[in-house]
Design a protein around this ligand. Structure first.
Ligand SMILES: [Zn+2]
Length: 199
């Protein structure tokens, strides 16, 4: 059983269609939450999971306070929309995962997203990677020049990309979905509006 699960997960990874980084600029709509709808590399905006629950897993191998920080990030998103719950699971393959990798350029975290090839509006899964080139903290430390980053801040942000939210620093610089090298442990109303626009 375990081997089947692992094989399935590897197959999912091999099927990964990469969609990276900032793809589209916010459109400046009167419904500001719409600005968070990422457009994918097929040109479709507003893609989202068709499930009501997104199970996620942790394969970082981290322990203690770092795991607690990740779990708290997941709990925040779990309550962002009444139509979608983000739930940590040990039964995987999961739709999303936090792992580590060395080295993904100069960014602390990165999220890959794959889509249903028959329906690019449907997000299939979105693993995130935290850069092991960085030194990771749980006290809110965010220091780009010295490659130090805070687990909860970065995880919370990358989880937003799982749900297919985009950056919007122009109109909402305090939002979790605006990465600006400050500690952010709580969703703002605009992060929540973005979730409710998609789910
Ligand atoms: Zn981002």
């Amino acid at each position: 059983m375990r081997r089947v699960i692992l094989a399935t997960y590897v197959a999912m990874l091999l099927a990964l269609a990469v969609s990276l980084g900032v793809i589209a600029s916010p459109s400046g709509s009167s419904q500001e939450a719409k600005a968070y709808n990422t457009c994918n590399n097929f040109g479709y905006c507003g893609a989202h999971y068709y499930y009501s629950t997104v199970p996620w897993s942790d394969s970082t191998g981290w322990t203690g306070a770092k795991v607690t920080a990740m779990n708290l990030a997941g709990i925040s998103w779990n309550y962002a929309s009444p139509s979608l719950s983000l739930t940590k699971s040990t039964y995987c393959p999961c739709l999303a995962n936090v792992g580590t990798v060395y080295q993904i350029g100069i960014v602390p975290g990165m999220t890959y997203t794959s889509f249903n090839p028959n329906d690019p509006y449907e997000v299939w899964f979105g693993p995130s990677y935290l850069n092991t080139f960085f030194t990771w903290y749980t006290d809110g430390t965010m220091d780009r020049d010295n490659a130090k980053a805070d687990v909860r801040t970065v995880t919370l942000h990358e989880m937003g990309h799982w749900m297919y939210l985009n950056h919007d620093c122009g109109s909402h610089p305090s939002a979790v979905m605006c990465p600006d090298w400050t500690a952010k442990w709580s969703l703002t109303s605009d992060d929540i509006n973005g979730m409710n626009a998609l789910y």
